[in-house]
Design a protein around this ligand. Structure first.
Ligand code: HPA
Ligand code: ZN
Length: 336
């Protein structure tokens, strides 16, 4: 016998998704569909065998599959289909604004023109608010395991084509590729009026977090969990209220933390850090924003106040104009 649930789940609180790689939203089903579209042969015969490869030991083991699967992204339509599928799912998760990273170099090295990538993604973002109720901004992320001159060249090309980007980011293999490698790139981005974020302290040391702030002028740190190894740095991050975009299911999947039960998100919140919850690469790490919040809820329990703080932090840490930010904050307050 089934009975209707007397108390349906409340609608999720409005959130800003600030740490999301659009290529990391490529679900196995879409990988297979695009492979068939282009006659690309993959080392996986079906969706199940591809999904079973999503078992990672560290950041690099994930990056290997993440870059390999990009082989199916060939045309602007492919990029548009991927972006649309993400926005549809994100809207259901409570995402009302998304600042979406893409990896231009990962496509250029495969011979896919920059215009194809940018036009495909941007064509969907242009109408995301009307179509999905999600406002969007686009961030070009640079691969830190490649050299700075290449990144500078790609940035110049993005500027020359007037790509609709709000800022730049820094991702890929962290250890051994410190922020100091990209000082000129970030100086150029600042000069061009772009916002600046950077992955730091995911697998790399706490010193990379400080260097991303001091050497790159990063306004927001992606991950940042390793800051907990350095009390003086934590004090500084609290004092400056530096936004840290934390991704719990990613941290568990890539074994940056032992399990969701050991995840330090609530400790970070208690210490006064400006943390918010995000999904990173939802197709690879077992979930979107709502799944990340549910995992924290299941392992730690969240008070209504903690839920509201996480939602409000995400909105405050965004690059939205003040009026839209205030409107979302008012919605969160009213729903809490
Ligand atoms: N870390 C570093 N590089 C990445 C990530 C990440 O979480 N996702 C996509 N590229
Ligand atoms: Zn990331």
């Amino acid at each position: 016998m089934t009975t209707a649930h007397p108390h349906p789940e409340p609608a999720p609180l409005p959130h800003a998704e600030l740490h999301l790689h659009v290529e990391g939203t490529l679900e196995p089903e879409l990988v297979m569909e695009l492979a068939a579209r282009h006659g690309v042969t993959l080392p996986y015969p079906d969706v199940e065998s591809l999904r079973s490869a999503y078992d990672f030991t560290d950041l690099q083991s994930f990056l290997d599959l993440y870059y390999a699967n990009m082989a199916v992204l060939r045309t602007a339509e492919d990029f548009a289909d991927m972006t649309r599928a993400y926005l549809r799912r994100a809207a259901a998760a409570g995402v009302r604004h998304a600042e979406i990273m893409f990896d231009p170099q990962a496509h250029l090295v495969r011979g896919v023109p920059l215009e194809t990538v940018v036009d495909g993604i941007a064509s969907v973002l242009a109408t995301s608010e009307e179509e999905f109720g999600v406002s969007t901004l686009l961030i070009a992320a640079f691969l830190r395991d490649r050299d700075e001159d290449e990144a500078l060249d790609v940035l110049e090309r993005l500027l020359a084509m007037d790509a609709p980007i709000v800022g730049i980011g820094l991702d890929s293999a962290e250890v051994g590729n410190p922020p100091s490698k990209f000082v000129r790139l970030y100086a150029r981005a600042r000069e061009a009026g772009l916002r600046r974020v950077a992955h730091a302290g995911e697998e790399g040391p706490a010193s990379y977090v400080a260097d991303a702030l001091d050497l790159l002028g990063a306004e927001r740190i992606d991950h940042g969990i390793r800051c907990l190894d350095d009390d003086a740095l934590v004090e500084r991050l609290v004092a400056e209220q530096v936004p840290l975009t934390v991704c719990p299911l990613s941290n568990v999947a890539l074994r940056a933390v032992g399990s969701i039960h050991e995840h330090p998100l609530l400790e970070m919140l208690d210490r006064g850090l400006n943390v918010s919850v995000h999904s990173d690469d939802p197709a690879y790490f077992g979930g979107h924003l709502d799944d990340n919040l549910a995992a924290l809820e299941g392992a730690h329990g969240l008070t209504a106040e903690q839920r509201a703080t996480l939602a409000a932090n995400s909105v405050r840490s965004s690059f939205l104009p003040a009026d839209r930010r205030d409107a979302l904050l008012a919605e969160i307050a009213a729903a809490s």
